[in-house]
Design a protein around this ligand. Structure first.
Ligand SMILES: Nc1ncnc2c1ncn2[C@@H]1O[C@H](COP(=O)(O)OP(=O)(O)O)[C@@H](O)[C@H]1O
Ligand SMILES: [Mg+2]
Length: 381
């Protein structure tokens, strides 16, 4: 079974859309696919696959489901494609306890299919990164926006940092070094990765060598989605260039996808676009990506980069959001000083953040209305 995790530094860039349509494309090609919705708290993969309502799913499973995870996998209308729903009963995946994560990962790996697609939540939280690292060549989706490109870069940096920190021996000098930095309030992520690696190399050669071996195998595949014009493709190059330059990580670019107005109609009719309109620009892009996935099978001994029972790492879940935020500011700083960010870019960032804030406000209002209506009408959500 091949694991295909799909992640992104920022949300709303088309992970679920890609997960669903890729699943159908691979199914049409004769492969059996399970599509798992791991965006807990914001699950919508079922809608993309034309399943209007789901009762049980990953949330049920992690909350102490007695049966097998197989019992929660449901068929879809599409050949050879089944769905493991998320369900919104549990908060985000970032809040999964280590024990729950271990249980879920172990169970997922027992599913019987050719491809297991993991539709992950947005961001670089520890759990999301850990799921992504279960495969050497997950898909990373970004949109042609500076914040999204930045998010993708940060995601990769966090992933590499996670690999490194997991490999340094507990109580080793290298571990003490990293902890020391943390204690001093100097988050080890603050260091650029190459110099942190150099330091670790001098302190713990074994951990460093193991890291190199994993980093060599780590070849995430970038998908740039929601392009408006040709110029937008430059964002993909930007992510690749920063990954190579600052993280020493060559990224593979598996495809660009233009924004396709037909997707809205497809979504409203609850039919994946590659079924609704196989000739649409978006559908053709998905088929191209599916073909690349066929052509680049994982090696037989592909066992992922992180053990299922990797311990919690340096930061507790509660600190993650803060760290993400700090990391974001910092990398903006980094980019500014390296001359990679212009003033125009900064204005761009501010504009985007404003847009997102107002979207969040709208969503919030919507939820409030829904809630007060539900209270009035006696909780029939
Ligand atoms: N290439 C595209 N063209 C048009 N709409 C798109 C495209 N990619 C994504 N969308 C739309 O953007 C929204 C966000 O996509 P989604 O897959 O839910 O993002 P994510 O899972 O990353 O949060 C959805 O409404 C989806 O239909
Ligand atoms: Mg999604």
């Amino acid at each position: 079974m091949q694991l295909l995790p799909i992640a992104s530094g920022k949300g709303g860039v088309g992970k679920s859309l890609l997960a669903a349509n890729l699943a159908v494309a691979l199914g049409q090609g004769g492969r059996s696919v399970v599509c798992a919705d791991l965006d807990l708290g914001a699950s919508n993969l079922h809608l993309m696959l034309g399943v209007p309502r789901v009762k049980r799913g990953v949330g049920t499973f992690v909350k102490g489901f007695e049966g097998s995870i197989r019992d929660l996998v449901i068929p879809t209308a599409y050949d050879r494609v089944s769905l493991l729903p998320g369900d919104a009963e549990v908060p985000g995946l970032a809040n999964l306890k280590a024990r729950q994560k271990r249980k879920l990962l172990t169970a997922l790996k027992t599913l019987d299919c050719d491809y297991l697609i993991l539709d992950l939540g947005a961001g670089s939280g520890l759990n999301v990164v850990d799921f992504f690292l279960q495969a050497a060549r997950g898909l990373l989706v970004a949109a042609p926006l500076l914040t999204s490109a930045l998010g993708a870069y940060l995601f990769l940096k966090n992933a590499l940092f996670r690999l490194l920190s997991q490999l340094v021996g507990k109580k080793s000098e290298a571990c003490e070094y990293m902890k020391g930095l943390e204690k001093e309030g100097r988050d080890p992520r603050r260091f650029d990765l190459p110099s942190l690696c150099k330091k670790i190399k001098s302190l713990d050669k074994k951990a460093y060598d193991a890291y190199r071996e994993k980093a060599e195998r780590f070849r995430p595949r970038l998908v740039l989605n929601l392009l408006e014009n040709e110029k937008d493709a430059a964002y993909g190059e930007r992510v690749r260039r920063s990954a190579l330059e600052y993280l020493d990580l060559p990224l593979e670019h598996v495809g660009v996808i233009y924004r396709d107005p037909l997707q809205d109609t497809a979504l409203n009719s609850r039919i994946p676009i590659i079924v609704y309109k196989p000739d649409a620009v978006l559908s053709r892009a998905v088929y191209r990506i599916a073909e690349k996935i066929y052509d680049q099978p994982e090696p037989a001994d592909n066992e992922g980069l992180l053990p299922v029972d990797a311990d919690a790492g340096f930061e507790s879940a509660a600190e993650e959001a803060r760290a993400d935020f700090k990391a974001k500011l910092r990398s903006i700083e980094e980019l500014m000083y390296s001359g990679a960010l212009s003033e125009g870019d900064l204005l761009d960032i501010i504009r985007q953040e404003h847009m997102e804030l107002s979207n969040l406000k709208k969503e919030n209002q919507l939820l409030k209305n829904k809630l007060s209506r539900a209270v009035r009408e006696g909780f029939d959500l």
